[in-house]
Structure formats: structure tokens, C-alpha cells
Design a protein around this ligand. Structure first.
Ligand SMILES: Nc1ncnc2c1ncn2[C@@H]1O[C@H](COP(=O)(O)OP(=O)(O)OP(=O)(O)O)[C@@H](O)[C@H]1O
Ligand SMILES: [Mg+2]
Length: 509
């Protein structure tokens, strides 16, 4: 057991600078054979950067990397792969229109001119069977659920012989059930002696799945600890340098007039199947209605119908008594409907525009940013600065494209823009996904603050704990319908769970 030979990987004194920021500042990290090691840290702490160094995407400015005691020089992902390192990125890197087989062999050198697809399909199935899951090698990526796509990413790295597996926030996009299945796969890999680096902001997951935790803060190493020897609270404190409230102060809702009324809404999903099925719901000023449900039960489509991004095939949507059924997104936005979509890079932000341009997307037509036919860049800067300060967004350079922000900081920017405007109705889809504990706490308290200011909020989340923490009423959505609405004070969690799973013994109130 004497350290050195058990070590699979050592990163020694790694420094990586970007314009305006030191993303990794002399960070050291050691990974044992057969361990699950969590990398923990606030949004922008430098976790993805450190792992991108290991995956050969970034070359460090300083520092050394050793694999099984040998110094290595990782100049590309191909180099890293040859050394047995495989990474599953925060934003997946599969080609949608290709099959599983084609994605698995994509970029491999040794396939030559002729590819024996049947042999590869067998190998893919063998890997899946070994870890107790299934995947259809001939399916196209776009046909697969997010959880299934992630398994393809895992197979892809294992197919290439990975012994060190890096997963960057793999559970951010998974349902709780899918996360459990993923942990089963990781434990299986661990028992075979593979080493796993896991990034997550969910402390309960970190505690249950990892052997050790390394904490980064603002690019620096804070320390490495055995999971068994710490509590969630202690980890949170290491991360952000202060105590975190895990409970929110909440006063009773003061209900104002009805803001949103959805009546008998009917809508189809992209595949032409019924997604929202004669659904009814109302949200009043000054209340938060939480929609709980397993992903894929029509939550996204419902939000899109209310924000004008999807056509209603039947039924009505009214805003403060005015019919807005199938109004354009622009009309709805100027009527005070704001939207925090789950897909921040696809719908919420424009990746290649700068932070300032993204920040002013919602109000560039209004004073003081709009000046006649012109846009006041100075006013836009001041406005953006205000958001950055209030929401504590880590932006190395305001003119750089927004895609260089860390995952969590992109989410904060989007939230700042949508919440900051004090809308009439706010639709928030997974608003804390990918946020660190401090930012999560902040966003939840912002939602409550806006509710206290009389905003009507529809909160869509798979995180039941989150809903119970901030919502006033909980509506459970199943197969396109609301199968039950209960007051948060009289909630029976077991019953909600049953309703989410489609139990017909649903309570109504
Ligand atoms: N290609 C890049 N160019 C410029 N700056 C970058 C680039 N990549 C990352 N950064 C900056 O480096 C810092 C660390 O980012 P990183 O993505 O490593 O954070 P993270 O710990 O993964 O955060 P999160 O939990 O939000 O994903 C951030 O301030 C980010 O804006
Ligand atoms: Mg990251």
C-alpha cells in the first residue's frame, strides 16, 4: 500500500492561463488505481480546464503529468487515448446523424479502408453487457435519450481501451434513476481496477459514489480528503470558503391576481406524438408553482407553448386575462414573459456573441441601451457590469465569446438576464442545473425574492427537493397531463413519487 506504485496518475504543479485569468494555478492531483475521485469546486474553479489538460485538449503552461510513474507529454486527445485516458465532456461530442457504431469508431486511426461493422457491433454489445446495460449499435444518435447518448460516450472511451475515465458533470443531464444506473456502471469499472475522475455539484452524489475528493477554488488547490472523513457541510465550506445554508427562509405566499391560465392545452412533440394532453394549470402573481415529473413527460413542450416557441394544437393560454394563444415569442417577451430554458447554449445564449451582447439580447430595444436608431455600447457595458456584480458571474473578458465561460457561469448569465428584468411571468426550467452549491442557494433565494415582488413563477425541475424548498404548490406532470396538484405544506413525498411514476391513485386538491 505504499503510495507510489498504487498511483495511476499524478498531475504535478499544473498551471494553465487564459487571457485575463489563471484557470489552474499550480494545481497538483493524484489518482489511485481503482478509485472514484471527485473533483469539486465552484463554477469557474478550473475543473473542466484541468481535465481538458489531461485529455490533451489544452497544453499546460507549467507542470508535469505522470501515468503509472512515467512522465508523459499529452499534446492531443489522441495522445491521451493512447495513454488510456478517456473523457466524457460536459457538453457531449457525438455526431447526431451518425449511428452508434460510426460514432464509436470515429477518429480512430487503425480502422483502415474497410470497416467490419458487424464485428464492431459485437464488441459494443459485449462492453454494454459487461456493465449491465443495453444499447442498439445501429441506432442513430438523435434517436437516443440523453442517458443513452451518455452510455455511447462511455462505450466510446472503453472501446478505445480507457483505464482512466473522466466524467465532467455526467449527472447534470440525468434523471435521478439514470444517475443511479450510471453509478452502478462506475462501481463496476472500479471493481475492475479502472480509475475514475468524477465532476459533480451534487454533494449527496459525491458522498455516495466517491472514495476521495479534491477541492479547487478560484484555480487553486484547496486539498484532497477521504470522503468517509468529511460531511457535506465541510465539503461545501472547502469549496466556497464559508458556511452554506441548506435551508431557505420562506414566508407564506401572498397571492395576487391570476397571471397565467392554461386551459385544455394540446401540443405535439418534434416526433409528432402528443406531448401536452389537455392540460390545465394556473399561476398567480406572488406564487411559485413547481412542476415535478420525470423528464420527457411534456414539461419542455408545455414551457415552449407558453413562451411561443411551440404551436398549441388545441386549448388556450391567457396572460392576465388576455388571450395569448400562439402569440409570437417576441410579443410574449414584451408582455413580460421571461424564460430560462434548460438548453442554455441552444436556446438561451448565442455561443459566439460576447457576454455584453448576450446580456443585452432582451432589452437592446429599450432605453437607455437603445438610442434612436443606435445602440449605446457604454450603457450596455454598464448594464452588463451590474449583472456581473450582482450575480457574481466569473467573466475573464467581456468581449470574449460567451462559450469560453465555464458551464455554470453561462447559466448564471442567462439567469441574471431573465430574472433581473422583473417579469410578470417567469418560466424557469432546471434553473440550478450545473450550478455550484453557493450559486444554487443564490438562485433559489432570487426566485423567492421575485415571488415576494409579485412575479408569477412556473418552476420546472426534476429535483423534487428543489421544488419542495421553493414552490408554494407542486403539480405533478405525467404523460402530458397534470395528475395532481398539492400545497407544499401538505405534501406527502412518497405520494408525489408515486404520481411521478404514473400511479393512478393520485391525490387531487
Ligand atoms: N478556452 C478558454 N478561453 C478563455 N477562458 C477560458 C477558456 N476555458 C475556460 N476559461 C475560463 O477559465 C475559468 C475556469 O473554467 P472551467 O471551465 O475550468 O471551470 P469549471 O470549474 O469547470 O466550472 P463549472 O462548474 O461552471 O463548469 C473560467 O473563468 C473560464 O471562463
Ligand atoms: Mg466545467
Amino acid at each position: 500500500m505504499d503510495g507510489q506504485e498504487q498511483l495511476m496518475l499524478v498531475m504535478n504543479d499544473i498551471t494553465k492561463r487564459f487571457p485575463g485569468i489563471v484557470a489552474n494555478d499550480h494545481v497538483s492531483f493524484a489518482l489511485r488505481k481503482g478509485e472514484i475521485h471527485t473533483l469539486l469546486g465552484e463554477n469557474g474553479a478550473g475543473k473542466s480546464t484541468l481535465m481538458n489538460v489531461l485529455d490533451g485538449i489544452y497544453y499546460p503552461d507549467e507542470g508535469e503529468i505522470f501515468i503509472e510513474g512515467k512522465r508523459v507529454n499529452l499534446r492531443s486527445p489522441l495522445d491521451s487515448m493512447k495513454h488510456g485516458i478517456g473523457m466524457i465532456h460536459q457538453h457531449f461530442m457525438l455526431v447526431d446523424s451518425l449511428s452508434v457504431i460510426e460514432n464509436v469508431i470515429l477518429g480512430l486511426e487503425s480502422q483502415g479502408f474497410f470497416v467490419d461493422k458487424r464485428a464492431i457491433a459485437h464488441q459494443i454489445e459485449a462492453i454494454a453487457t459487461r456493465y449491465n446495460f443495453r444499447v442498439d449499435p445501429y441506432a442513430r444518435i438523435w434517436q437516443l435519450s440523453v442517458g443513452e447518448q451518455q452510455r455511447v460516450e462511455i462505450i466510446k472511451t472503453l472501446f478505445r481501451g480507457a483505464r482512466i475515465l473522466i466524467l465532467d458533470e455526467p449527472t447534470a443531464v440525468l434523471t435521478p434513476q439514470e444517475s443511479e444506473e450510471l453509478f452502478g456502471i462506475l462501481r463496476e469499472m472500479k471493481s475492475e481496477g479502472k480509475s475514475i475522475i468524477f465532476i459533480s455539484h451534487k454533494l449527496n452524489e459525491v458522498m455516495s459514489v466517491s472514495d476521495r475528493v479534491t477541492v479547487l477554488r478560484k484555480g487553486r488547490l484547496i486539498g484532497t480528503v477521504d470522503t468517509a472523513a468529511v460531511t457535506e457541510g465541510e465539503l461545501a465550506k472547502m469549496m466556497i470558503g464559508r458556511d452554506v445554508l441548506f435551508r431557505l427562509e420562506r414566508k407564506k405566499a401572498e397571492l395576487g391576481p391570476e397571471v397565467l391560465k392554461v386551459e385544455d392545452a394540446l401540443a405535439y412533440n418534434d416526433r409528432g406524438l402528443i406531448a401536452v394532453n389537455k392540460l390545465n394549470i394556473t399561476v398567480h402573481a406572488g406564487e411559485i408553482v413547481g412542476i415535478a415529473g420525470v423528464a420527457g413527460n411534456g414539461q419542455v413542450e408545455l414551457a415552449e407553448c407558453i413562451t411561443g416557441l411551440r404551436r398549441l394544437a388545441g386549448g388556450h393560454v391567457a396572460l392576465k386575462g388576455v388571450d395569448v394563444t400562439n402569440a409570437s415569442p417576441c410579443t410574449l417577451a414584451s408582455a413580460g414573459v421571461n424564460y430560462i430554458p434548460a438548453d442554455r447554449l441552444g436556446v438561451g445564449l448565442v455561443p459566439n456573441l460576447s457576454t455584453i451582447e448576450n446580456a443585452m439580447l432582451r432589452n437592446y430595444r429599450k432605453e437607455p441601451i437603445s438610442k434612436g436608431a443606435f445602440i449605446s455600447y457604454a450603457a450596455a457595458c454598464t448594464y452588463t457590469d451590474g449583472l456581473i456584480k450582482k450575480y457574481d458571474i466569473a467573466v475573464p473578458l467581456q468581449n470574449a465569446p460567451v462559450k469560453v465561460l465555464s458551464g455554470g457561469n453561462m447559466q448564471k448569465l442567462l439567469l441574471a438576464r431573465e430574472i433581473g428584468e422583473r417579469p410578470k411571468l417567469l418560466i424557469a426550467e432546471h434553473p440550478t442545473r450545473g450550478l455550484d452549491v453557493g450559486a444554487t442557494e443564490f438562485v433559489r433565494s432570487m426566485l423567492l425574492e421575485q415571488r415576494n415582488n409579485g412575479v408569477a413563477i412556473l418552476l420546472i425541475s426534476e429535483d423534487l427537493d428543489e421544488i419542495l424548498m421553493v414552490a408554494d404548490r407542486v403539480a405533478v406532470m405525467y404523460e402530458g397531463r397534470i395528475v395532481g396538484i398539492v400545497d407544499v405544506d401538505s405534501v406527502d413525498v412518497a405520494q408525489i413519487g408515486l404520481m411521478m411514476a404514473g400511479s393512478t391513485a393520485a391525490v387531487q386538491s
